[in-house]
Design a protein around this ligand. Sequence first.
Ligand code: 3H9
Length: 710
Amino acid sequence: MAPGAALTWTLADGVAVVTFDLPGEPVNKISRAVKEDVLATFEVLERDRAVEAVAFFSGKPDSFIAGADIAEFVEITSAAEAERLAADGQALLERVAGFSKPIAVGIHGACLGGGLEFALACRYRVASDHPKTQLGLPEVQLGLLPGAGGCQRLPRLIGARAALDLILAAKLEPAARAFRLGIVDELVHPAILKDVTLAAAKRLARGWRPQRRRRGGLVAWLLDRNPLGRRLVFRAARRQVLAKTGGNYPAPVAALEAVEHGLRHGIREGLKREAQLFGQLAVTDVSRKLVQIFFATTALKKDFGIPSPPPPVAVTRLGVVGAGFMGAGIAGTAVAQADVDVRLKDAGLPQVAKGLAAAREVLDDRFKRRRISKYEYTRLVAQLSGGDSYAGFGRAELVIEAVFEDLAVKQAVVREVEAATSEGAAFASNTSTIPIHRIAEAARRPEQVIGMHFFSPVARMPLLEVIPAARTAPAVISTAVAFGRRMGKTAIVVKDSPGFWINRILTPYMNEAGHLLAAGVAIEEIDQLMVHFGFPVGPITLLDEVGMDVAEKVAGVMHAAFGDRFAPAASFAGMVKAGRLGRKAGKGFYRYAGGKKGGVDTAVYEIIGTQPNGGPRPAEVIQRLVLVMLNEAARAVGEGIVRSPRDGDIGAIFGFGFPPFRGGPLRHADDLGAARLVGELERLAERYGARFAPSDVLQDQARRGTKFYS
Ligand code: 3H9
């Protein structure tokens, strides 16, 4: 970047209107070069007598500043270097905070990380009330902390409790909530953002001091403003952080320390500690992995999974067949996220009514959490409709089926949908195991058939597997990926093979949990060990969540497709017969009362046929569960089930919560090393059977000394 290229300014009635527009980049980010530019610009503004105040804007259409340039962190090799980077960022913002002329910022679009730290250093903040305007300090999500003064300025502005809530959870707040919290001073329509910010700058130049009301009343005073209350706040936050991260993520703990240190010892000392901790965090393996995930995810946003993808069809009306839990989830999420008309179809009106009510719950939830206004809610609810025929499907550009997981049923649905839709409409199946080409065999237009595998609950699970069959048209692939993204999903394009990617690698892991139960390991021990490893829940809890009937069906399909290696664990066999389907049935491995999960139901051991007796050592339990998955993941990569290790890792992290700090199963395999994995798998195979036999891919890597990521 040429010096002086990012910031430009003009003078308007005594106010320097500064525009930050990083050339050639989709978003503004604060790199070393940008820091120089800011310093040089402010130098000139300081000297120019005609300038009485500054109004600062972004030149990007829908984003303000995305934070510090994350690419620079990748190149850092030592903690000292990272600490210097933070100290330089702090020095820049000290210059902004101490600037002799008042600065007002007009924020429209994402204002994140270093971008918000910059805004906090300015005298006055105006934000547009546009949905794209979001503010937050997401650094802990990258394994870092806000290192340019964010851990100091935010708690001083809005109180320790509210600041910790934002920083520790990496929360992004819509502008309206940021206004309520006191982060921004004024909330305006985007059309008048510039004028209002300029007017504020002018008033500030004339000596106006904006009054900031302390928020939160007496409770905030008791908890935020006196040392005893504050100690309580920090103690509770620390407890929560440790419970949530299981000690696997150092960043939130460090952020907590930076905030506390600053409030106890003053801003100077706080900044110093903040920079030190930033330095330490930036070179941790956890941060490196989380930064890789960030870049992998952003790269996926532009990747349609095929070379030279044709433009996607713009979907305005979606047809959904099957008003069960999945169908309703797809319908509700499509309306809420993609703002399309949805027509939901099922065999009978009572099912349709139930499905529409469930779909509406997605909107209810958004409204309750104030993510959408009453007006938006009413408008979106009106876009949901349904019936027991295909009426209304004629205008749909895309139809997604989520009917019973049975080939004949799905083939019948394809035929019906083809008869009811236009020639160009794409047909997507939400099957989790049935090969898409088998479903397409029944179609008159097989090139329009594709798989879109959502995860349950659809509104919350971030992954979508898009599965083209051999004959699927490229435009249908682009359309499915683009629509999945509009629904807020991270989409990976995977090969048409039983179980695709997620169920392919998850099934052996679930089966292994069953083998361990049979070997006498207690239910809660298996779950606790995997949570300790970093999964959000253990495999037995996951079975209860997915539903034992669904899991049994998946396991059966996978067994038929891949043979003995996927033989289901005998210990699971009686669960479905006993009606222990999991959470939805109110009983599974655990007890459920009023929708809440209770303890293990020990009556289950009777059905399993083994009582807990200690079983293998914890280290062996972890090894069996993890290695069986890594081995299958390696094998599936060898078969081209995912197009790259990146897709495989992002899929596993977003699909079922493979621990992000381990970077995904393939990064984790690289970290352990193929030679070690092969050795351990051989030992397990000898002891427990051929299902552990090391895959050709790992054996080949071990021989050649290669990895998934070079
Ligand atoms: C920080 O600020 C630390 C400080 O506290 C202390 C420092 C001392 N850096 O996502 P998109 C790229 S840490 C580098 O597709 P969208 C992105 O990779 C930072 N690159 O757009 C992509 O590149 P490409 C804290 C960045 O509209 C392109 O921009 N901030 C950065 O869907 C477009 O991105 C964050 O963690 C960055 N900071 O979403 C925010 N941001 O075109 C990270 C974006 O080559 N950013 N890029 O593929 C985001 O969350 C989203 O990008 C954002 C836009 C919401 C801003």
